[in-house]
Design a protein around this ligand. Structure first.
Ligand code: SF4
Ligand code: SF4
Length: 369
């Protein structure tokens, strides 16, 4: 009797393969499936090891299963597998590129996801906020001639609040739609309910979690921790100041010696240190430098530049260097706007997508983030 046979037809998505290459995952084609990467990865679970399987799917251009695979988000890009891959296929970077493509795929609206993914878009990304803030500066009445120069004379606080309030509303909606689409995809791929898994996943992230298990790239790890902690601190203090001024219980600029101001300045320096370490980490490794896309450079470069221009704005204001202080503050506002608008499409979105993916597998695998 003839044995039953099953034929599986694989249809590679050629456009997806091109996108993967452009996003920095082109080395996937070098993989010869030795499985060293899955063996050395400290985060790879025994019952569903990665990233060998994902490397094969990437070679085959299997877009749908890849973009809804929670394993992309279990990887923390520590580089242990990349440094041990005998073929130079850079599995860690391929998984990172796949994560970027997943964010672009689930983005809302999608054209903005695509816009932020390509270097060709940089004039648009920076030009629109530049024109906006230039218009505000030109149309605002200058302060009294005898008064010391203040940022609010060229960039009135009420107008800035209105701009960033509207931007926040858009960012929250875009982020929520993207994460909702992603959550649905996780469910379709067999993931469990998200809400019950959230608490253990977030609790583990707060205490340092999965990054501890990675062996290599200690410099990258410390840069990551510095940047994240500085960013959380600055976001918290920015929210307090924003709400405080909106309800009239605070007045900006805060005195240099105020506790909130000192805290904010320390946080800015911590972000600057973290982003410089991460930039140096990428630049010092030629292969990693080549595998890095616009997505990586834009985020790290903007964060470093925002922290730097924030500090320089204050220094030039204290020195009463009028032209310089307005020019630096203008650049600072443009960068903050561009980075804030990128939140649903950039590394900010990584944090939310990763949390959702981990929460969806948590009940099954009891994984630590
Ligand atoms: S990516 Fe490298 S280590 Fe992993 S299976 Fe392929 S060749 Fe082996
Ligand atoms: S980069 Fe690190 S966490 Fe990601 S698959 Fe490789 S070894 Fe695992």
């Amino acid at each position: 009797m003839e044995a039953a046979t099953r034929t599986t037809i694989i249809q590679p998505d050629v456009a997806f393969l091109r996108d993967l290459e452009a996003a920095g995952g082109g080395d996937a084609k070098k993989c010869f499936q030795c499985a060293t990467c899955s063996t050395v990865c400290a985060l790879s679970p025994d019952n569903a090891p990665f990233p060998r399987k994902q490397m094969l799917e990437a070679q085959w251009g299997l877009k749908t299963p890849l973009l809804r695979d929670p394993a992309l988000w279990l990887c923390h890009n520590c580089g242990d597998c990349t440094s041990r891959c005998p073929r130079g296929a850079r599995p860690g970077d391929v998984i990172g590129a796949l994560r970027n493509l997943a964010i672009r795929h689930f983005a809302f609206p999608q054209f903005l996801g695509r816009l932020y993914a390509t270097p060709k878009a940089w004039p648009v990304v920076f030009l629109i906020p530049a024109l906006l803030f230039l218009g505000i500066a030109l149309l605002s009445p200058s302060g009294p001639a005898e008064a010391a120069p203040e940022f609010a004379h060229q960039f009135p606080i009420l107008i800035l609040e209105a701009v960033f309030f509207a931007l926040s509303g858009f960012v929250v909606v875009a982020m929520a739609v993207g994460v909702w689409r992603f959550g649905k995809a996780m469910k379709a791929a067999g993931g469990g309910p998200i809400l019950p898994g959230l608490i253990p996943v977030i609790a583990d992230a707060v205490v340092g979690g999965r990054l501890r298990d990675c062996q290599d790239r200690r410099r990258w790890r410390s840069g990551h921790v510095l940047m994240l902690s500085g960013f959380v601190a600055l976001a918290a203090v920015g929210t307090v100041i924003g709400v405080g001024t909106m309800f009239g219980v605070m007045e900006t600029p805060l005195p240099l010696g105020s506790a909130i101001k000192i805290f904010a300045n320390v946080a800015a320096v911590v972000i600057l240190a973290g982003s410089v370490i991460l930039l140096a980490d990428r630049l010092s490794d030629p292969a990693r430098r080549q595998a890095s896309g616009w997505f990586d450079w834009f985020f790290l470069g903007s964060l470093a530049a925002i922290a730097l221009t924030g500090v320089l704005s204050q220094v030039s204001r204290l020195a009463q260097a009028e032209t310089l202080m307005y020019a630096v503050y203008f650049v600072h506002l443009v960068l903050v706007f561009a980075l804030f608008l990128s939140a649903p499409y950039s590394k900010f979105a990584h944090f939310l997508y990763r949390t959702v993916a981990l929460a969806s597998v948590e009940p099954k695998r009891r994984l630590r983030i």
